[in-house]
Design a protein around this ligand. Structure first.
Ligand code: DX5
Ligand code: ZN
Length: 215
């Protein structure tokens, strides 16, 4: 089944709570929350207080994408404020195993992500330890960019590596995803689609969600 996780980064920040309700009613499966620290990526978004404030207003799975340096420092905080799935970047730390363990300790699902230029094979040792791999389809840091087509070969590689080892894993794509290119991402092996502009920027959000779900 294809799951859709709209990225809140593209919503109207002055209406956050209503924007979450809107995508929940439209039938989205998860809510993608992009946390940026201005160090790992050249942009700052929002952090724990915003996630905590939204948590009581939604039943959606909170899919927290950490674009922060040395994420192990903040895993417990993100777990406590309501994250269900915590994804960190392979490139953001030296000891990925430690971060995975910390997220597990907090009882949350684990995702590990690579930037477009990081080769997919680096993920091989972690495939049996995580619930999800996130292959970034743009350089992380900003919404509204165009998908980099080469990144879909990393999606296929992750999918092949998992199959070869008999591992069932979610594969998420994030960045520049729209109902047109989502087909290619799914064909490459992705089953969790993140979309910011294509959902929150649509004039008819329900229709946009439907077009993803009908892929
Ligand atoms: C980029 C973020 C994405 C982004 C997606 O660093 O991780 O989640 O907000 O937005 P769109 O779909 O507009 O590219
Ligand atoms: Zn993201």
């Amino acid at each position: 089944m294809i799951k859709l996780s709209p990225s809140l980064l593209a919503c109207d920040f002055s209406q956050m709570r209503n924007e979450v309700s809107k995508v929940e009613k439209a039938g989205c499966d998860m809510l993608h929350l992009d946390v940026m620290d201005g160090v790992f990526v050249p942009n700052i978004s929002f952090g724990m207080p915003v996630i905590k404030a939204l948590r009581p207003h939604s039943k959606l799975e909170f899919d927290v994408h950490l674009m922060i340096q040395d994420p192990v420092r903040y895993i417990k905080d993100f777990a406590d404020c309501g994250a269900d799935l915590i994804t960190f970047h392979y490139e953001s730390c030296n000891d990925q195993g430690e971060v995975i363990e910390k997220i597990r300790e907090c009882g949350k699902k684990v995702g590990i992500s690579i930037k477009p230029s990081t080769p997919a094979f680096v993920l091989e040792p972690f495939l049996d330890k995580v619930d999800m791999v996130l292959v970034m389809t743009v350089e992380p840091g900003f919404g509204g960019q165009k998908l980099i087509p080469d990144t879909l070969s990393s999606v296929k590689q992750v999918c092949d590596m998992a199959k070869m080892r008999g591992i069932t894993i979610d594969i998420q794509v994030d960045g520049g995803i729209n109902p047109e290119n989502a087909k290619d991402a799914v064909q490459a092996g992705a089953n969790v689609l993140v979309a910011g502009s294509a959902v929150f920027g649509a004039s008819d959000v329900e229709a946009a969600v439907r077009s993803f779900k009908n892929l």
